[in-house]
Each structure stands twice: as C-alpha cells, then as structure tokens.
Design a protein around this ligand. Structure first.
Ligand code: COA
Length: 254
C-alpha cells in the first residue's frame, strides 16, 4: 500500500500519511506524492477542501532522517520544497487532524492549515537546531507571530516539545479531542466547508492570507537555501548519523 493515501469524496480530498511503522516520517517520494495531490486538488473543481491526517498514534516524525543523509534536497525543485510551496499557497481550505508526535515538518505544515483538530496525545516539536539545521516552512516567521517570540524561542532554539493544551492556548490548533475522534472531527468540519460556495471559500481564504503571502513565500525561500546548505554540514551529519546509530550526538567538534 502507498505511504500516502488519497481519497476524494463529497468535495473533500483526504491525504493520509500511512507509514506508521516508520512513525509516518516523510521521504522525498512521499513529499512528491503530497505535492502532486495538492496540485490536483487545487485544479479539480470537484474538490473544495483538503484534509491532511495521520494515524491516531502518530501524525508524523518529520523528514525521514535516512533520506536526509542519503538523498538530501539539492534544489528548490526538490519534492520537499515543492510540497511546502504547495501547502503554503494552497487556495482552498485545508483541515488537519493531528495525533501523537508531530515532529519538524509534522508541526510546521500545520501553520499552513486553516483548521487543526488535535488528539489529546498530540506532541508538537520543532527540533531543527538539535539536528544542526534551521527552521523551514516559514516557521521562523510564523511561529513567533502566532505564539510570541519567547515561546517560539523555546520551541525553535531549545527544541522543546509542547503539548496539545499549549498549542490550543497559543492559537495553533482549534480543538482537542480523544485521539480516536480527531480524524472524524476533521472530516465533519471539512464536509461542512464543502457544502459552502467554493468561490466564497476561495476569496475569503485569499483575503485572509493576502497580507502575509509574499512575506511567507520569501521567508520560505530564504530558509530553504540555508536549510539545504546546513544539511551538508558537519553538525547535521553528526545528528543524523547519531540518530541512525541510536546514540546521542556529539557536537563538541562542530
Ligand atoms: N526518520 C527515519 N526513521 C524514523 C524517524 C525519522 N524521522 N522517526 C522514527 N523513525 C524510525 C525509528 O528509527 C524506528 O526504527 P526501528 O524500528 O528500525 O528502530 C521506528 O521508526 C520507530 O521509531 P521509535 O523512535 O522507536 O518510536 P518512538 O515511539 O519511541 O518515538 C518519535 C517516536 C517520533 C518521538 C521518535 O521516533 C523521533 O524522535 N523520531 C525522530 C524525529 C526527528 O528528529 N525528525 C526529524 C525532524 S526535522
């Protein structure tokens, strides 16, 4: 079975991250599939809303670390950056259901979703610094804006995880439910949206985002350039190798 499942019904296209045995970590191939699915959903007049969901035990452990080590993204056309541009500029409403760990891009992609429903087991984290990297998905801009600099600094500089309760208090998510109910709630809200006139949804989302769209795109490009360079540097290599070897990284020489 594919690692990304796409199911479209009643105007709602649902993307399910389906690689639970690897904690739904994302490979270049999976980013490519998600980028293609978003492009198709944007172009298809029958699709009014997209839902992104994982499993009730895990949303996503972020980028596949072996993939980072072996096939790092080499240009702005790399699938990961194509996916990030696609989700950040997606014109129709995006709904997410998130349960369990949401690491790295598992958290930052949510900054581009319009409605986010979380299981009470959701655990958000953006440990880019711990991996010798820098933020992506315009999270260096959007996290301080959404949660304040102090909280964003704990998340982005210290790499400290935060809970569903904190995410709700800080305005990053809409509601907390039992994990078994998160996907169903996201579907229910998506169906409500899909019953509304598409042109009104499109114009409203465009108006809500127009003040920040150019700045988000510019920041994402800047981050991608730095991220791409840092992937090849010694700190990231040590962090990835340590993860694969199941040991703590040693940054004393970098
Ligand atoms: N890339 C590649 N493999 C990953 C992965 C990732 N991002 N996250 C988990 N896996 C693999 C583990 O190596 C493990 O493989 P194994 O069965 O061969 O040992 C398997 O998935 C299960 O993961 P495990 O760590 O045992 O599960 P857990 O429930 O104890 O912890 C996480 C879950 C998500 C907290 C933990 O896996 C984790 O921290 N992953 C890395 C997150 C990360 O740094 N992502 C990059 C962000 S940019």
């Amino acid at each position: 079975m594919s690692d990304i499942l796409v199911h479209t019904e009643g105007g709602v296209s649902t993307l399910t991250i389906n690689r639970v045995q690897r904690k739904n970590s994302l490979t270049a191939d999976m980013y490519g599939q998600m980028a293609d699915a978003l492009a198709q959903a944007a172009a298809d007049a029958q699709v009014r809303v997209v839902v992104i969901q994982g499993h009730e035990t895990v949303f996503s452990a972020g980028n596949d670390i072996g993939d980072f080590l072996n096939t790092p993204p080499r240009s702005q056309d790399a699938p990961v950056f194509r996916f990030l541009r696609g989700i950040s500029s997606f014109p129709k409403p995006l709904v997410a259901a998130v349960c369990g760990p949401a690491v790295g891009v598992g958290t930052t992609l949510l900054l581009h979703c319009d409605l986010v429903y979380a299981g009470d087991n959701a655990a958000f984290s953006t440990p880019f610094v711990n991996l010798g990297l820098c933020p992506e998905a315009a999270s260096s801009l959007l996290m301080p804006q959404r949660m304040g600099h102090a909280r964003a600094a704990e998340a982005l500089l210290l790499g400290e995880p935060f809970s569903a309760e904190s995410a709700l208090e800080w305005g990053l998510i809409n509601r907390i439910v039992p994990p078994t109910e998160a996907n169903a709630l996201a579907q229910q809200q998506a169906r409500k949206l899909a019953s509304k006139p598409l042109a009104s949804l499109l114009e409203t989302k465009r108006l809500m985002k127009m003040g920040s769209a150019a700045e988000v795109a510019q920041r994402m490009n800047q981050e991608s350039e730095i991220f791409g360079r840092m992937l090849g540097e010694a700190a990231a290599k040590e962090a990835f190798t340590a993860f694969m070897d199941k040991r703590l990284p040693d940054f004393s020489k970098v």
